[in-house]
Design a protein around this ligand. Structure first.
Ligand code: BES
Ligand code: MN
Ligand code: ZN
Length: 498
């Protein structure tokens, strides 16, 4: 189980028990909350003895501090404290959660003397706490000793002490929505494919109706009628039928055009007849990371009642080898009418997305479309897990996405598109082929998608190396990272709410 944190806010908390966490900067003489939680001046002695300098994200853990009812006192450093970014506060919150260990009552003092700590910063700190607390161990029947405490489903009471408690609480209502959306995306990515097939994923999306999202689910029959031959070609090798989920959040004015997000939801990617090698294939349970991020984002927008009209579309299929699977050389007709020669059945994501994008554009004429997809292994070769790949036909949308990436630290790097790449996917037999050869694999995949968006401002985020398996950090210790949810929520918040 994840550590369960029940977060509340207070102006002061003189009789703190259990664990107290005091924030400080390297310049401060005293940490936040010193008079309440450290009357005996333990911190001053530790600092004087040179044991603690307040370095960014460093901690000093003091057991049973003299002269207080506390079991433990943890001092958490913020470094110099000048120009702390939202992400710095998130990381500090993550480190605070790591310090909780077995405590069941935690009081965090955040008002560092001499530092301007805004309610938004406090809410970001709390968001970092929640994100770090997440753990996916649903299928572990034998818990490790350090997990004994959570086995009892214990909830840790966290009180954050700050002068602007009520403003912080209000800001936290929004960041808590963000935490829930990120955690939804992480859960979906971590869940194995035998448990999460297209139908089960669609059912999860349907649960967003509770938050006021309108959710439709298109069946195979309906997709056939629409002519989605590319998506259906991928699905035909699986005994589990595909679904196309269409979510609508109507938080904006009714006359406002919607913005749209489209996710690749391949619940498992064996490669199909162009089967993948066995080593590491288990990771392909995460090939629905794009759809997971879109579902997570829709959760956030609805939960925080964002003033925007937003569409979320999920293309849910399983890519399997089978007597009925599609073959290399097969030619399929997409909903757009364009024909595609399937050179490699493992380049299936673009086949799913091309019909989902076309459908989205055709039905909703959105202000923009952003698709997220674990599309190519090549994006990790180019960018590692540090940046996701950004491909776009629109400079303004790109600039906005890049900026949102910097402020959330879900970073993007813009990659090129162009005619010379586009011609690499011309086909001898059809309008295009689904792979472009060995070179520029991530770019030719993007060129393929671009053929299905007309003039609508569009961005494709290749999240193959960021949605899962990236190194653990202060705010994520899970294989599925939930990448994209915070990024896109920030984009919406900064530019698209009325
Ligand atoms: N789902 C994979 C891409 C992927 C690879 C995601 C590793 C996450 C980790 C995608 O469907 C795929 O198989 N792409 C091929 C494309 C190739 C056949 C042109 C790839 O990247 O090798
Ligand atoms: Mn594939
Ligand atoms: Zn795939």
């Amino acid at each position: 189980m994840s550590l369960k944190l029940a977060v509340s806010f207070a102006k002061s908390h003189a009789a703190a028990e259990g664990l107290a966490i005091l924030l400080t900067t390297s310049g401060a003489d005293m940490p936040a909350g010193a008079t309440e939680a450290d009357p005996a001046g333990v911190y001053a002695r530790a600092a004087k003895s040179g044991k603690f300098t307040g370095k960014s994200l460093s901690t000093l853990d003091i057991v049973a501090p003299h002269g207080t009812p506390l079991d433990r006192l943890v001092i958490l450093g913020l470094g110099k404290g000048d120009s702390l970014s939202a992400h710095d506060w998130l990381k500090a919150g993550g480190v605070a959660t790591a310090a909780v260990k077995g405590a069941d009552t935690v009081t965090v003092y955040v008002d560092v003397p001499g530092l301007q700590v805004s309610p938004k910063a406090v809410a970001d700190f709390a968001l970092g706490m929640l994100l770090r607390a997440y753990k996916f161990d649903t299928y572990k029947t034998k818990k490790k000793p350090e997990d004994e405490e959570d086995k009892a489903e214990k909830t840790v009471k966290v009180t954050i002490v700050t002068a602007e408690a009520s403003a912080a609480k209000k800001a936290f209502a929004e960041t808590e929505a963000v935490a829930d959306g990120v955690i939804l995306a992480r859960n979906l990515v971590n869940e194995p494919a035998n448990v999460l097939g297209p139908l089960e994923f669609a059912a999860k999306a349907k649960e967003l109706e509770k938050l006021g999202v309108e959710v439709e689910t298109l069946t195979e029959k309906e997709m056939k009628k629409l002519g989605m031959g590319a998506l259906l070609g991928v699905a035909q090798g699986s005994v589990r039928p595909p679904r196309l989920v269409v979510m609508q959040w109507k938080g904006g004015k009714s006359k406002d055009k919607p913005i749209a997000f489209v996710g690749k939801g391949v619940v498992f990617d064996t490669g199909g007849i162009s089967i993948k090698p066995a080593g590491g294939m288990e990771d392909m349970k995460g090939d629905m990371g794009g759809a997971a991020a879109v579902a997570g984002l829709m959760h956030v927008l609805a939960a925080r009642k964002a003033k925007v009209n937003a569409i979320g579309i999920l293309g849910l299929v399983e890519n399997m080898p089978d007597g009925n699977a599609q073959r290399p050389g097969d030619i399929v007709t997409s909903m757009s009418g364009q024909t595609i020669e399937v050179i490699n059945t493992d380049a299936e994501g673009r086949l799913v997305l091309c019909d989902a994008l076309w459908y989205c554009n055709d039905r909703f004429q959105p202000t923009f479309m952003i698709n997220l997809a674990t599309l190519t292994g090549a994006i990790g070769v180019a960018l590692g897990s540090v940046h996701a790949g950004l491909f776009s036909n629109d400079d303004e949308l790109s600039e906005r996405l890049l900026a949102a990436g910097l402020s959330t630290n879900e970073r993007l790097w813009r990659m090129p598109l162009g005619k010379d790449y586009d011609k690499l996917i011309d086909s001898k037999f059809a309008d295009m082929k689904n792979t472009g050869g060995r070179q520029a694999g991530s770019i030719t995949a993007a060129q393929f998608l671009k053929r299905f968006v007309k003039d609508t401002p569009w961005a494709h985020l290749d999240i193959a190396s960021t949605a899962m398996g990236s190194p653990n950090d202060e705010i994520n210790q899970s294989w599925g990272s939930g990448y994209g949810v915070r990024l896109l929520d920030e984009l919406v918040r900064a530019h698209y709410e009325s």
